[in-house]
Design a protein around this ligand. Structure first.
Ligand code: AMP
Ligand code: ZN
Length: 176
């Protein structure tokens, strides 16, 4: 057997082969490093803003997020929800944080609408250079909309192939 647990005088002991112990040390040190990266990334603008090292016009903050006004707003009241921990993008974010984020977004959206009297709002979240992300620390845009504003979020509608869609739905469903 490679490892064993035993109890002596009320203390639980764990014994294992040296090779297993070495593997466990490497595994735990990797986990620890990953946690450090997750906590805060040096030279990341939004890590510094979210954690209060760089000033921002903060609307709200809690343990997990800081909500600020965008420095170059698309419209009046353009706000950003920024997690205090570093996530590059949505692909990097865990579902629990994503849940908390959207729960907060509903409250912030309602508060902005009430105070700004906007007619609508776009919730935008860019992931990757190709998608227009310029700050590589996850953030959610809340962009209030007004008649006659200059906000431009759009695409050219394409044509759907129903067979392809069904196949794709099946494949993606499997991947979820
Ligand atoms: P994105 O293109 O989705 O990565 O959006 C980045 C957003 O961050 C842009 O809307 C910028 O105007 C905004 N931004 C960049 N620097 C700051 C800053 N120091 N304070 C507030 N917003 C910022
Ligand atoms: Zn960051």
């Amino acid at each position: 057997m490679s490892f064993a647990f035993f109890c002596k005088n009320g203390i639980l002991y764990f014994v294992c082969r040296k090779s297993i112990l070495a593997k466990m040390i490497v595994m735990f040190s990797k986990l620890e490093n990953r946690e450090e990266i997750r906590m805060k990334k040096e030279d990341c603008l939004f890590c510094k803003i979210a954690n209060g090292e760089i000033p921002s016009t903060t609307i709200y903050e809690n343990n997990d997020f800081r909500v600020i006004f965008d420095i170059a707003p698309a419209s009046k009241g353009h706000a950003l929800i920024i997690p205090k921990q570093h996530y590059n993008d949505i692909f990097d974010m865990d579902a629990e944080t994503g849940g908390k984020l959207f729960s907060l977004a509903t409250a912030v959206a309602r508060a902005l609408k009430k105070e700004l009297n906007c007619e609508g709002m776009n919730i935008v979240q860019n992931n990757g250079l190709i998608a227009g992300q310029t700050v590589f620390h996850f953030h959610l845009h809340l962009i209030p909309r007004y008649t006659g504003d200059t906000v431009n979020i759009g695409w050219v509608p394409g044509e759907a192939n129903q067979v392809e869609l069904a196949e794709l739905a099946k494949a993606v469903r499997k991947a979820i």
